[in-house]
Design a protein around this ligand. Structure first.
Ligand SMILES: [Fe+2]
Length: 327
């Protein structure tokens, strides 16, 4: 079996901006795929793979947030290849969005540790490529869940800048600390093992986790020139991996030589001081207090905060004590 897209999925994506669909894997296939993801992460650590990212470097634990370009032959394995061969993701995206072709422009495997994590509310598409229209998406974000884990929060379209009850502005307020929105304004998207989530990149969303994360995160475009890319891509920049039914940007392909990757930054080892500060702040959030005082002192921040509230305990041990609120 592969991913089966129904007319209900198509309607739901247009109305709420996201859908969760079974991958169509048997329990045995799911187990093999999740093992594959685990092996991929281990290989990247073992080889000190340069295309990784860390949001909160630590002295105490390995806190790598993601492995970039996970299909590179240096880190990839047959279990992951089997997963993509099985699910026919390109075909599913074509059925869902009516595209003729499918281009992969971003891919990573999220690998967050079990430390609490809360990201900023953000849009992955801004400017001329996002007008709030969910009926004609030219880009889609995909999350493949192989383990049960927290998913993410996504704004309900009715509360977005062009919705029927606009509350959240087009430009989201900038703040040193992640912010919270009233819980009735967003959907809590589940990260259930054996499912794939499709969502509109322009709709405001926020990642969070309190357990280990291991999910593939990808962005697809209906044309080679994804408008988020700093340098416009052309068709010649894409090729196909034999086990995937979509076009893949050169830097994300199986066969690219690591030294020739130009669009993904290499990981830079953080200083020991920075790691110590992060570790202290996790258990004793002094840095968060400092950031919160700095933020609240800003007149601009107060004027633009609207319904957003600063999350004082974001990315610390006490993150879950912050209650959600509604309006
Ligand atoms: Fe995002």
């Amino acid at each position: 079996m592969s991913i089966e897209i129904t007319s209900e999925h198509i309607t739901a994506l247009k109305s709420k901006g996201w859908i969760s669909v079974p991958l169509g894997l048997t329990p045995r296939e799911l187990l093999r795929a999740s093992d594959g993801a685990r092996m991929l992460e281990e290989k990247a650590t073992e080889l000190n793979y340069p295309y990784r990212r860390t949001y909160f470097p630590s002295l105490i634990i390995k806190n790598t947030a993601a492995v970039e370009a996970p299909f590179n032959k240096v880190v990839n394995n047959d279990r992951v290849r089997e997963l993509f061969l099985r699910i026919k993701l390109g075909k599913a995206i074509k059925s869902l969005l009516g595209w003729n072709e499918v281009f992969l422009v971003l891919s990573r495997l999220f690998t967050m540790s079990s430390r609490n994590y809360l990201g900023h509310w953000h849009r992955d598409h801004e400017g001329e490529c996002w007008n709030g229209d969910l009926n004609a998406l030219s880009s889609v974000q995909v999350a493949i869940y192989l383990f049960d884990q927290p998913g993410f929060r996504i704004l309900k379209p009715e509360f977005d800048f062009n919705g029927s009850k606009p509350i959240v502005p087009y430009r989201l307020p900038k703040c040193r600390l992640p912010q919270m929105l009233p819980s009735n304004l967003y959907d809590e998207v589940p990260g259930n093992a054996g499912t794939v989530v499709f969502f509109a990149p322009g709709l405001a969303h926020q990642g969070h986790s309190v357990t280990k994360r291991l999910d593939f995160h990808m962005r697809f475009s209906s044309r080679p020139n994804d408008m988020v890319a700093r340098t416009p891509y052309t068709r010649e920049d894409f090729s196909q991996n034999i086990y995937q039914d979509f076009w893949v940007h050169r830097d994300l392909s199986e066969s690219v030589v690591l030294d020739e990757i130009s669009t993904i930054p290499r990981i830079v080892e953080a200083s020991t001081v920075k790691k110590i500060i992060n570790d202290i702040n996790y258990y004793l959030p002094v840095l968060n207090f400092y950031k919160s005082v700095k933020s609240s002192g800003s007149v601009v921040a107060q004027e633009h905060a609207g319904v957003f509230r600063v999350s004082l305990f974001a990315n610390t041990l006490y993150q879950s004590y912050e209650y959600s609120y509604s309006i």
